[in-house]
Design a protein around this ligand. Structure first.
Ligand code: GLN
Length: 195
């Protein structure tokens, strides 16, 4: 399977390395025309506002079409892009996952931290409630979760990873921890959605 990593900006290379370690063929995506070659897409962390600028209206529309038909995994800024509703400030979302998300929601003092959360039992078949290291960098918070959204991981009271249909999102950076289970779950999602 070939997986694209959106490489306009942000920490795309850590995702590329992780996916290659897990045996996937990876292409760095700089232009929406490349969407045709891939079975799934990772939208990395970075600055979601900058992603929107770099994509432009046409790129955004193409990405919106893509996430409707092919598996997509967004981390941090990528999770913000996949949401239905974005706050602080308000900006456009692709609407692939029915969540409201607040940018930079942890405030300045704790804008980056490594915490232990829980990977839940889910259709992505993790063991129930197993601990998972989570790296948060100027992370957003998921403030509303639609009824068709499945919770994949939590940290304290917060939901920090979700899935709906072909799309999954994490507010943390699994590509920066050694644990490969979150990326494995995304590869499983692609397998399940291959025609
Ligand atoms: N703060 C960024 C945003 O609002 C996300 C940070 C990240 O991706 N690490 O888009």
């Amino acid at each position: 399977m070939t997986i694209g990593v959106l490489a306009l900006q942000g920490d795309f290379d850590a995702h590329r390395r992780r996916l290659e370690e897990l045996g996937a063929k990876v292409v760095l995506i700089k232009k929406p025309e490349q969407f045709d070659e891939i079975d799934g897409l990772v939208i990395p962390g970075g600055e979601s506002g900058t992603f929107l600028k770099l994509l432009g209206e046409e790129g955004f529309e193409k990405l919106k079409q893509f996430v409707r038909v092919k598996p997509t995994f967004g981390t941090c800024a990528g999770a913000i892009l996949l949401a239905t509703e974005v706050e602080n400030p308000k900006q456009a979302g692709l609407g692939a996952i029915d969540i409201s998300i607040r940018r930079n929601a942890y405030g300045r003092q704790i804008d980056s931290s490594i915490r232990e959360g829980q990977l839940l039992q889910s259709s992505l078949n993790a063991k129930p409630d197993s601990p998972l290291e989570m790296v948060f960098i100027r992370a957003p918070k998921i403030e509303r979760i639609g009824k068709d959204v499945e919770i994949i991981a939590t940290e304290g009271e917060d939901t920090v990873a979700v899935k709906q249909g072909r799309a999954m999102a994490a507010t943390f950076h699994p590509e920066l921890s050694e644990d490969t289970r979150v990326h494995q779950a995304f590869l499983a999602l692609i397998e399940n959605h291959r025609e």
